[in-house]
Write a protein of this length. Structure first.
Lengths: 218, 218
């Protein structure tokens, strides 16, 4: 069962896993793109499908019962590797590699291809929302004010073209357990989408975190 | 290059493609899930990666230059098959299969697994936003008021558990080229996330649509 799991592994072991699963996931990410764009014959599509099914069976020979959850090392390093925005093991994630500073800022540059298209040639508005939600949450976490999204408001100034993009987010203000964050998505010509969100660590989440990992509340 | 493309194909041909690409994409969707959850040995991961790379090369032997775009049949049937929420050929999409009525309502039941996880066991808040953006847009389109997202506001009432979910959306009001839509995401116990959005067909999009497919503006 997924949870906030404290794993007794070293940073070296995390690096070993990163070196293994990063390129593996990237290979499957390329496959996802190729499935959208391929124009090979029907017989070839069916042949590839059969091979994909065989590979999935090999991977499922031993697997987690549920979802990945979020793992922590004893040093407190988090691994949200199933996350659909930043997850190292999620081939559906762009992935977004986030940089942070403890003043409560987070930023990232990344590329969005065919799997993220809404209107032709443009990023799906919901994908922009998804990435901004993650990045605003990253900024609040970086600033020591982690929380779950309470409200999120997006303003779409113009279409965001597929391709190379940047996202920036920062803490706007805090008030007790509430933190407001702002951010935007940009292409080379400037801001395309603006976001503002309220992040709160709700009681049930505090209690659940505390029950599963009391040491993080010491 | 992606665009709003009018293809001269029959409904039968669309059905043939659906029967081919639907199961193919589902097979890759299962692979994405298995990549997150597998616990097989490192050597097996590397062996599967090599095979995935070979399959991708086979699919890329002939492929679209860019993204999929949105295709239309002469009968006006749209195929947003690359779409990250509803796309038949997008293995990163849940996919959400939308039902609609011309009064401006859209609804869907679907399952979200490991690839959509944010907090442990819960749907990523950004994924909820992405699906609601699509569904509000579906409602406005169903009601004959298509548009791109202008603003979108989400209120997260509680965590949305991974698993079987439902999303409902409807047109709230319209004013010229502006349409406001509302909707929510639900689990078996009721509403988890509420959304409200303003949808507009901006001038650049109207001009582009008209240039590419004048017949849709006759």
């Amino acid at each position: 069962m997924a949870g906030y799991v404290l794993e007794d592994i070293t940073d070296d072991e995390v690096e070993r896993q990163r070196a293994l699963y990063g390129p593996f996931t990237q290979a499957v990410r390329e496959l996802v793109d190729a499935v959208i764009r391929t124009e090979v014959d029907d017989d070839e599509v069916r042949a590839v499908q059969a091979e994909v099914e065989a590979l999935t069976a090999r991977l499922r020979a031993r697997q987690l019962e549920g979802s990945y959850g979020v793992r922590f090392t004893p040093a407190g390093r988090g691994r949200p590797w199933g996350n659909p925005v930043v997850g190292l093991r999620n081939a559906a994630a762009p992935p977004v590699e986030v940089e942070r500073d403890p003043a409560g800022r987070a930023w990232a540059s990344f590329h969005l291809g065919a799997a993220f298209e809404g209107p032709p040639g443009l990023v799906h508005g919901g994908v922009s929302a998804m990435i901004l939600d993650q990045m605003l949450g990253e900024a609040t976490g970086a600033g020591g004010k982690p929380g779950m999204t309470g409200t999120l408001t997006l303003r779409y100034r113009r279409g965001t073209p597929l391709g190379d993009l940047r996202c920036e987010a920062w803490i706007d203000r805090t008030e007790g357990i509430k933190t407001w964050a702002k951010g935007h998505l940009m292409d080379a010509d400037g801001v395309t989408v603006e976001a503002e969100g309220l992040f709160i660590l709700p009681r049930w989440a505090r209690e659940r975190l505390q029950a599963e990992n009391p040491r993080y509340f010491e």
